[in-house]
Design a protein around this ligand. Structure first.
Ligand code: SF4
Length: 314
């Protein structure tokens, strides 16, 4: 393996979440979650660190991305993972739905990046998607305040926004609001087909890109936009399941490695499919360019020039 960027490993520590999104693929059949066991957390982090240091992986740096479910549902367990990773000098980031973002404020200085999943700024759309808890959805004002609150303890905390394009939000123009949030990156993902969920049509995906993507924003490194179609999301992520196995996504189910608590990271990696060039493609902009080109072709647009005029009034 000879990756061009830092290796990013997504540990889906829990399946539990306070939302119930219809497109959610964070489903592992409620397996035993090991993130309440500090020894097992340490074993896994040490194993990955050893792999990164002893193979020809380049550069010798990895980031542990804590994902769920919703990791903030169990702050004690989350703290254990963050602290252990920090003890081993591992760069830590996390993904959250943002509804309880303020909980991480005490240890926000130990995290380099928080990815917040935001699929809509409209109450009704969030209700349809399932991004609701006890009748409450997250408004733009609330998420804006929460971001400012955690950045008070870590002004360098990078904020990434993740948006899954689905049949309820595909026509929403989120860009103007997104651009006023203090964030570094907006990642637009196409809903993955999984199990009975068939994903979305090309029309829906390309409509969202057409309404929300500008080449000029992609070039802005302080606030870039990236796009991932389904192909870009398949076998391009390194992921650990709640019970501590590497897993890979397929169209209907997951495939798993042997447990990382029983075999080395290198052995577990040999059990699953992982496409290094696709991993790189997610970071070098090639998948974003592909999606943009496909959208132009789909709508038979002249390249580039169409975007600026469309957004002149923003
Ligand atoms: S917020 Fe994320 S983990 Fe929770 S239900 Fe939605 S997609 Fe799944």
């Amino acid at each position: 393996m000879n990756l061009n960027k830092s290796i990013v490993i997504n540990w889906h520590v829990t399946e539990i979440c306070n939302y119930d999104c219809k497109h959610c693929f964070a489903k592992w059949g409620r397996q035993h979650e090991i993130w309440n066991d500090v020894n097992q957390i340490e074993h896994i982090i040490k194993g990955i660190t050893h792999h990164v240091e002893t193979t020809n992986m380049s550069p010798k740096h990895f980031r542990l991305n804590i994902v769920g479910g919703e990791p903030i549902m169990s702050p004690d367990n989350l703290w254990n993972v963050v602290k252990t990773a920090n003890d081993y000098s591992v760069d830590v980031s996390m993904i959250t739905n943002g509804s309880q973002l303020e909980v991480i404020r005490p240890f926000a200085h130990m995290i380099s990046q928080v990815g917040i999943s935001i699929d809509s700024f409209k109450h009704e759309t969030n209700l349809k998607i399932g991004r609701v808890c006890n009748g409450k959805t997250l408004s733009f004002q609330e998420i804006n305040e929460k971001i400012k609150f955690v950045q008070e303890t870590n002004p360098k905390l990078k904020i990434k926004i993740n948006t899954v394009v689905n049949k309820y939000n595909f026509s929403e123009r989120m860009l103007p609001s997104i651009m006023t949030l203090n964030h570094n990156k907006w990642k637009i993902l196409r809903q993955m087909p999984f199990g009975d969920n068939k994903g979305i049509s090309d029309f829906m995906f390309y409509s969202f890109i057409r309404n929300n993507y500008r080449e000029s924003d992609r070039a802005n490194e302080s606030c870039e936009i990236t796009i991932e179609d389904n192909n870009a999301m398949t076998e391009s992520y390194l992921m650990i399941s709640p019970d501590g196995r590497l897993f890979q996504n397929g169209n209907t189910s997951y495939s798993y490695s042997r447990p990382l608590t029983e075999v080395s990271f290198t052995e577990a990696l040999s059990d699953i499919k992982f496409d290094e060039s696709k991993f790189d493609g997610r970071y070098d902009g090639s998948f974003t360019q592909q999606a943009s080109n496909s959208m132009e072709k789909f709508f038979k647009l002249a390249p580039e020039s169409c975007f600026e005029s469309m957004f002149d009034y923003l």
